[in-house]
Design a binder for this molecule. Structure first.
Ligand SMILES: [Fe+2]
Ligand SMILES: [Fe+2]
Length: 380
């Protein structure tokens, strides 16, 4: 059994100094190479539908394809500054309520202009990380096509590869044509994607990507969709989420079968990996690169805005991000295996409360916005 220090590479999970000591130093590299250490597997068993749930998902995916160029209204003008003003006002309100004391900090003399610039950079940063995460999903799922031994899973994964190409495409287009700047990939996100790709076991790709990264993305996109006033971004996220719900279902349905055959020791390795992924995903939300770009001392900023662990772990936004991951981990047996190893870790993150929320095995049927719009258009 590994210690938290061995898993995370730092003594305390909430050690801010250690978290921000890491940064992406390869910001000028044009490509990033990771060894994927995996055997490509052919199967000679072509019986379609041997795994009915995966077959159903595959048939659904064929009908739910959409076109990022023509199904979104790119003629919509996006007034980024106006949206950033709203965001900035909201943030200032929160800071007033929390009585954040700026005396003696880099923000002492910040006015509307500086906070507005911060809100705009924060939007650029968030959308950039969404885009990089989507490319991670594209590469991971292409790997699954090669490594999973079941034909129904290879078929489905092939449709997901197309979905992810579309997601990278639409986020990149939104950033290029509607916002005013890109950010390189955040180091904590990159470390997680590297770890997922590096692992030779086919199910680890699913666990890292479909359950953890996409589970969090589904919740994060949902929050972004409900808060953005921009109708183009709202529609973009709505369609992306309709695909993502299928992707998370693909992970749950595939791993359910595989995990029922694993030993306790093998399950523990999966639990440790899920915990590491959860912490890396939290680390990236510090947005350290935004402070750097604004010329603010990162340590001072992060320290000022980062609540102590006992407060942070009660933050509803932080917690909601785990609202898909926790029930799916429970369904897969990851929460309770080995005397509840992962449950105890999730308890300390304050997220176990979501364990009985709907898992994503079937939810994709309700979230199919693409089909719903087509039916509505036919009826109009
Ligand atoms: Fe995606
Ligand atoms: Fe996805």
């Amino acid at each position: 059994m590994s210690t938290d220090e061995q898993i995370l590479g730092r003594t305390s999970r909430d050690d801010l100094r250690a978290i921000i000591a890491l940064s992406n130093t390869d910001v000028d590299e044009a490509i990033h190479v990771v060894e994927d250490h995996a055997p490509a597997i052919f199967t000679w068993d072509y019986e379609k539908g041997r795994r009915p749930a995966l077959n159903k998902l595959y048939e659904k995916a064929k009908h739910a394809q959409w076109n990022g160029e023509t199904d979104l209204d790119w003629s919509i003008e996006v007034d980024q500054e106006h949206f950033a003003q709203m965001l900035s006002a909201m943030r200032q309100q929160q800071m007033e309520t929390a009585r954040v004391d700026f005396r003696g900090t880099p923000f002492q003399h910040w006015g509307q202009k500086e906070w507005l610039a911060h809100a705009m950079e924060s939007q650029n940063w968030s959308l950039s990380q969404f885009m990089h995460g989507e490319q991670g999903a594209l590469v991971c799922t292409a790997k699954i096509v090669e490594t999973v031994p079941w034909i129904d899973a290879k078929y489905y994964a092939a449709t997901q590869v197309m979905d992810e190409a579309r997601h990278v495409e639409v986020f990149a287009k939104y950033l290029d044509t509607k916002l005013n700047g890109h950010y390189p990939i955040n180091i904590h996100l990159r470390m997680l994607l590297d770890d997922i790709i590096d692992d030779s076991r086919w199910d680890m790709t699913y666990l890292g990507m479909q359950i953890m990264v996409e589970g969090l993305a589904l919740a994060a996109f949902g929050l972004a969709m409900s808060t953005t006033p921009d109708p183009l971004l709202k529609q973009l996220l709505r369609y992306v989420m309709s695909d993502e719900a299928r992707h998370v279902a693909f992970g749950v349905l595939s791993l359910k079968e595989h995990y029922s055959e694993l030993t306790d020791a093998e399950m523990l390795e999966r639990q440790e990996f899920a915990f590491e992924a959860a912490v890396r995903m939290r680390d990236r939300f510090l947005q350290q690169e935004v402070w750097e770009r604004l010329g603010v001392d990162v340590k001072a900023a992060v320290k000022l805005f980062d609540a102590p662990p006992e407060v942070k772990n009660q933050d509803p936004f932080q917690q909601l991000l785990f609202s898909k991951i926790v029930p799916n981990c429970k369904k897969l047996g990851l929460l309770d295996a080995n005397d509840g190893w992962l449950r105890k870790r999730f308890d300390t993150l304050g997220v176990t409360q979501f364990e009985d929320w709907a898992d994503t095995g079937e939810e994709y049927l309700e979230m199919d916005a693409v089909t719903a719009d087509r039916i509505a258009a036919e009826g109009a």
